[in-house]
Design a protein around this ligand. Structure first.
Ligand code: UD1
Ligand code: UDP
Length: 389
């Protein structure tokens, strides 16, 4: 009798303890989304919405890698996302300083919140910091947009994505090719082929963007090439940037160019800004908001870009535009294979020739996007929720 009572009291006390730890020490947050740059906001929004739709609790952590309104808050507004729960205010810095600061600050938040898993997207320094901090704390990591490889050692992003892939528990590969890269590399985590969330975003926002955006009124050309270039291995290279400015100044179609702050800084450092800004052929604008950018992608003749996300967006059923990829390597060969993109290198003569060819002959294909059907966010949310039960 005494033993029975003792065991009963012991059991109740253990249950109370478990309840106490759950309710006080372990908040009921289940998934933390860590992001920090313009493309991560765009590509994580569909995952956030899908997780919340199925009742998952999510904590949103913004590293502050991008901090200008035009690269951060403006996207939160256009995408209709809720404000992040935490801003780490990491800001700009060297590769190591930015990554290390993000890890240091993130650890404090994760220590307090103890989520079941951390989701990161893509290949930025925020992604590396998010994935590495989480695994070092014993928290499971899901990598959205896993399995992309440029095999280009010049790119900081290539190291970030390789490391993130090899330490993640869940790998959300956007295409069959990226899934098979992960299989061939024998990653530890579970591989899921989900599609790319950027297509979800295009399908959700392009129509709205066309209704809401006023950008067309500010563009003095009917037909134009939409240009973006911000990649470090391009714009930090004086010869490449000088060649680009020269080609854009003389291009056979007018240029609309929303300027990334990194590029603006490097144009200034190399003494090229005045030439580009003063060119009659080039309409320079600040980094465009998401709706304005979608509206311009839809409206332009074709795109010239070194962006990763834009290569994918151009294949979405609601956009379907050709992209000249101003790079020597790409981790998005699917867009090329589908006929949407052509990699043209960075040599001034080659890019001038490619633009001339595109003006006279280019035509966007109408084949389905290789990056999925717009349900990637839902697929990822379902897998995250199932993995926990
Ligand atoms: C980063 C990512 C890149 C991604 C891009 C998206 C890495 C290594 N690179 O490149 O993969 O394609 O974001 O746009 O993570 N700056 C501002 N305001 C800001 C942010 C940056 O003026 O809000 C300027 C600063 O001078 C800074 C420079 O831009 O030094 C570069 O910013 P950084 O975040 O280091 O890299 P990105 O070139 O933006
Ligand atoms: N984008 C934008 N405004 C701009 C340039 C790009 O809204 O002025 C969007 C674009 O639609 C795409 C994303 O930003 O979804 C791509 O970001 P970026 O090229 O900076 O990064 P990457 O994809 O190369 O990592």
């Amino acid at each position: 009798m005494f033993i029975c009572n003792f065991l009963y009291i012991k059991k109740v006390s253990i249950q109370l303890k478990v309840f106490y730890y759950r309710s006080v020490d372990t908040p009921s947050v289940t998934t933390a989304i860590v992001l920090g740059t313009r493309p991560e906001l765009i590509k994580m929004a569909p995952v956030l919405f899908a997780l919340e739709e199925i009742g998952e609790e999510v904590i949103l952590i913004h590293s502050g890698q991008h901090y200008d309104d035009a690269l951060s808050e403006s996207f939160i507004r256009d995408l209709g996302m809720r404000k992040p729960d935490h801003y780490l205010q990491v800001g700009s810095g060297t590769q190591a300083a930015q990554t290390a600061d993000c890890m240091y600050k993130l650890e404090k938040v994760l220590e307090e919140k103890r989520p079941d898993s951390v989701l990161v997207q893509g290949d930025t320094n925020t992604v590396l910091a998010g994935a590495l901090t989480a695994v070092k704390m014993g928290i499971k990591v899901g990598h959205v947009e896993a399995g992309l490889r440029s095999n280009d050692r010049r790119m900081p992003e290539e190291y970030n994505r390789r490391i993130a892939d090899h330490i993640s528990h869940y790998l959300f590969a956007p295409t069959p090719d990226s899934a098979s890269i992960l299989k061939d590399e024998k990653v530890w985590g579970d591989i899921h082929m989900t599609g790319n969330t950027v297509i979800d975003a295009c399908e959700r926002y392009v129509k709205l963007a066309e209704e809401k955006s006023q950008v067309a009124k500010k563009i003095p050309f009917e037909d134009y090439i939409l240009v973006t270039a911000h990649r470090a291995e391009n714009v930090d290279d004086q010869a490449v940037l000088t060649g680009l400015v020269d080609v854009l100044d003389k291009a056979p179609l007018p240029i609309v160019y929303p300027l990334h702050p990194r590029t603006k800084k490097m144009l200034g450092q190399f003494g090229l800004y005045d030439k580009l800004a003063g060119s009659e052929n080039v309409h320079l604008i600040p980094p465009a908001g998401y709706f304005d950018f979608l509206a311009m992608m839809k409206r332009c003749s074709f795109i010239f870009s070194d962006s990763g996300g834009i290569q994918e967006e151009a294949t979405s059923p609601s956009i379907r535009k050709r992209v000249l990829v101003f790079r020597k390597s790409t981790e998005r060969p699917e867009a090329i294979d589908a006929g949407y993109a052509t990699m043209i290198g960075t040599d001034a003569g080659d890019i001038a020739q490619a633009i001339a060819n595109e003006v006279s002959a280019g035509q966007a294909p109408s084949v389905p996007s290789p990056y999925g059907d717009g349900n990637a966010g839902k697929n990822i949310a379902r897998i995250v929720a199932e993995a926990r039960t």
